[in-house]
Every structure is written in C-alpha cells, then in structure tokens.
Design a protein. Structure first.
Lengths: 145, 104
C-alpha cells in the first residue's frame, strides 16, 4: 500500500514538473496501432468523407524513404486538426496536429516511409471529418535503415 | 545523443507568418540495428508545441516516422513585429528542448 502511494506521489511530481502535462498526452494506443483502422479507432476519429479541399503536396516518387517531404494544408473552413497516416508503415499513425486560434491548418514535415504507400490525411472541422490521400512510391525504404 | 540546439526562422508574409523550425534529434524507430547487429532502442519526439506571445497555437503529437533531425513548417495567422514565437518538444525519454524568437 505504502509503495503504491509512494509511486503515485512520484508520478504526480513528475507530472507537475513536465511542461507538457497540461497538453494532450501522447496517444500510446493510437500511435502503437499496426493498421490505419485501429489507429483511427484509438483516436476516436472516423475515416471521413473525401474532400478536394484537403491538399497533400509530396513527390510522386521518393528516392530515399528516410526523408520524404510532405506538405499538408486544408481549405475546409474551421479546420482544427490534421491527422497523418502512412498506411503501410509498421505503425501507420505519423502525426496529429491540433491548430488553435492563431494558426492556419498548414504543416510541412519530412517523414520516413518503409515502402510505397498511400499517405492519408484526415481533417477535423466543426466536428466533421474529411479525408484525402496520395500515393508515394518509395525506391529505398527508410524504416529499417 | 542528447538534444542538440534548435534553429528557428520566422518570416512575416501578407497576412500570415511562416515559421520553420529545425530540431536536432535522432528519431530512432526501434527497428534500426547498430554495427553490432543490436536493435537501437526507440528514441523519438512525441509532443511538439508552438506558442505565440505565450498562447498555444499548435499542439502536435508525432511518431517515430518523422525523419531524423525534424524540420517543421507552420503558418500562423497575421503576425506583427515583436511577436514572441516559442517552439518546444518532448521525447519518449522525457527529454525536452525549446527555442524562442521575436518576429523581426
């Protein structure tokens, strides 16, 4: 009992010391999911309706899977989050960006891709979900390195 | 392999501000083997935040699939000279780093 209490107090102390404690915790279940479907289920997000207002800028062919530049932007009014899944990676969920007042729903990042795959983006806007995807061909995978 | 320095550049555009930030981080996936054939343990950034004048504007969770030494670009609404932009990250080992600058 005492040990449990001590562990709890220690955990609380660590929690207080961390500047990120107040923010959304890292969703271990969603990021640890091995299929896009399970990742979305753990995020509590539906797959969304296809939308032409969600843009993915990325090379059609990535020579080096370790560094694949992707740029995502949404013209859907009221977009508050963008979720990125690389469908064939061992752990498909790659990122979730929450945009608050003051930020535009735009992000550019380099990602790793194990093999040729669809990159799927899901946007959250006013409680609704929208999706778009783009296939990127990979010549040399970037996960096993 | 601890956190190296971060670099940030912010450019004032027409009605928006582009923020580009570079972080030094190995972003180990846990799948790569070292020269002895042993798996290198996972070590990657999990949380990333962008604040403007102390106000949270981007709150991100990322996976090990983000490339080594990540570079992110974000776009902020508006922006004025002197706005303080702060970017911070924390990884799966609890290490963290942050950088800040004033818009010029």
């Amino acid at each position: 009992m005492n040990r449990i209490r001590r562990a709890l107090v220690a955990a609380l102390a660590i929690g207080l010391a961390k500047p990120f404690a107040a923010l959304a915790a890292w969703n271990k279940e969603a990021f640890g999911a091995k299929t896009p479907g399970d990742a979305l289920k753990n995020l509590g997000v539906p797959s969304g309706a296809p939308s032409g207002e969600l843009h993915i800028e990325a090379p059609q062919i990535a020579e080096n899977g370790a560094v694949v530049p992707i740029e995502i932007s949404s013209n859907i009014p009221g977009t508050t989050a963008l979720i990125v899944l690389i469908e064939k990676n061992p752990f498909p969920l790659t990122a979730r960006f929450d945009f608050k007042e003051g930020a535009l729903p735009f992000v550019k990042v380099n990602v790793k891709m194990g093999e040729t795959s669809d990159v799927r983006v899901i946007a959250e806007a006013g409680g609704k979900h929208f999706t778009a995807s783009k296939e990127i061909k990979v010549t040399i995978g970037g996960c096993g390195g | 392999m601890a956190a190296g320095p971060m670099k940030m550049r912010a450019t004032l555009g027409q009605g928006f501000t582009d923020v580009r930030v570079l972080m030094n981080h190995p972003m180990e996936t846990g799948q790569r083997k070292d020269s002895d054939g042993k798996l290198v343990p996972m070590h990657f950034i999990q949380n990333l935040t962008v604040k403007v004048n102390g106000k949270l504007v981007v709150d991100a969770q990322i996976s090990q699939a983000v490339s080594r030494n990540p570079v992110f670009s974000f776009r902020l609404k508006g922006g004025a000279k002197g706005d303080k932009i702060e970017v911070a990250w924390m990884d799966n080992k609890g290490e963290s780093n942050s950088t800040e600058m004033a818009l010029a």
